[in-house]
Design a protein around this ligand. Sequence first.
Ligand code: ATP
Ligand code: MG
Length: 443
Amino acid sequence: MIDRIPFEIKNIMHKIRNEGFTSYLVGGCVRDLLMDREPNDFDIASNAMPDDIIRIFGSENTCPTGIKYGTVTVFTESMQAEITRYRCDGEYSDFRTPDEVTFVDDIHADLVRRDFTINALALGIDGEIIDDFGGIEHIRSKTISCVGEPCKRFSEDALRILRAVRFASELDFEIAPETNAAMLALKDNLKKISAERINKEFVRIVCGRNSRRVLSRYSDILAVFIPEIKKSVGFEQYSPYHKYTVWEHTAKAVSKAADKPLVKLTMFFHDISKPDSFYLDETGRGHFKGHGKVGAAAAKEIMKRLKFDNKTISDVTTLIYFHSEDIESDADIKKLLSKLGEELFFALLDVKRADNSAKNDFVLEELSEIDEIEKNARHIITSGECYSLRQLAVNGNDLAEIGITGRNAGVTLDTLLNLVIEGKTENTRSELISAALEILRKG
Ligand code: ATP
Ligand code: MG
C-alpha cells in the first residue's frame, strides 16, 4: 500500500515528521489507493499549523489556499498536496461551510468531520491505516454511508447529498439505506448550494461509470436543480423505435456515450424537450417533431443557470440541435462538416451512436451505418474534397470583381458551396464564376 504513494508525496510526509509533526494521507486518495484507482488529488492532515508548513517548505513552494480552514498547498517538482491542520468543524448556518473550525490534536477527531466512511480513512507514512468508521469494509461491500447520523450530516452541508450520488456513479457503489433516506428527505436543501459547486458534481455524475442506474434512481435529486427533467420521467414514447420511457432512454444513452464529457452532457440533455414536442397520431404512434431544435434552446437555459462556460453550452446545444438529423449521402456529410467543423461532426456521430444504443434492439443495426458515415467523412477530409468555404476555388474578392459584394457575396458563396457539395458545379474558378454570374443574372 505505501509503495503506491508517489515518492514526492512520501517526501512531504517525511519532511513533516523530521520537524516533529505527525501527518496522514486522508480522504479520497486513501480510498482510491485501496481500490487500485489513480487518486485525483492528495490531501494530507497534520498537527502542523499552516505557518509551520510554510516555514518547512518555504513560501516559494507553498500557497495559503485556505488559511481560515488551516490549509496550505505544497508544490513539489511535479505534484502538489493540500496540507490541512487536524480540525473539527463548528456549526453550519449556510448548509455548506462551517461558521468556524477548531483545530484539534489528533487525527481521530479530524476524521469525524468527513462525509462518508469510505472518505474517512487515514494512511500513515509507515503504512498504518486508521479506520474508525468501518470504511475499509464499506469499500469492500461498495457502500456509501455517512460518518455519523445522516440527517445531521446532510443538514450541515447539502452538497454532501450530491457527492453521495457522484460517488455512487463514479465508483459504482450503492448508497446505504439510512443515508439514502436522509438524502431524499433533505434534497431540497440543495437549492441553497451555489451553481458552481452543483455543476462540478453534476458533470461527474453524468460521466460516472454507473450513470445509468444513478440517473434512473436519483432523478428526484437531480430535479431539484434541473426540474425540467421531471416531465421525461415515466414518459412513454409510443414508438416502435423505443422500448424505454424518455428518462430511461436518456439514462441508458448517457451510459452508452463515448467517455467524453461533451458527449455525455449532450446525451443528458438531448431529449429534454421530447415531452413538450410529443404528438400521438391517429394510429396511436408517438412523434416528437422538432424536439432537437426546442431541446437545444431548453438546454441552453439550463446550462446557463448551472454556470457552464459558453463553449460547452454552444457545443452541447449544437449537437442537440442536430442529433436526429438524417445523414444519408456524402452531400449530407459535407453539409454537416461545413456547419459543425470536424470535431463537432465526429462528436455528433458519437451522439448518434449513444442515442441508437438506447432504443429498441433492431435500431442497433444502425450502428454499422454510423461507422460507414465516419469512414466516408474521414475519406472526404483526407482526400481534400470540398466541403467548406475555405476550400472553395473562389472567395469574396473574386465575387467583388464581378460586382457581387456585401451580404450578397456571403449568400452567393454559400449557394456555390452547396452546388459543389451536391456535385452540380465543379470546384474550379471558371465554373464557379459562371455559376455566380448565373445567380446574379437570375437575381
Ligand atoms: P475526489 O478527489 O475524487 O473528488 P475526494 O473524496 O478526495 O474525491 P475531495 O473533494 O478531494 O473529495 O475532498 C477530500 C476529502 O475531504 C474527502 O474525501 C472527505 O474526507 C472530505 N470532504 C470533502 N468534501 C466534504 C464535505 N462536503 N463534507 C465532509 N467532508 C468532505
Ligand atoms: Mg480528493
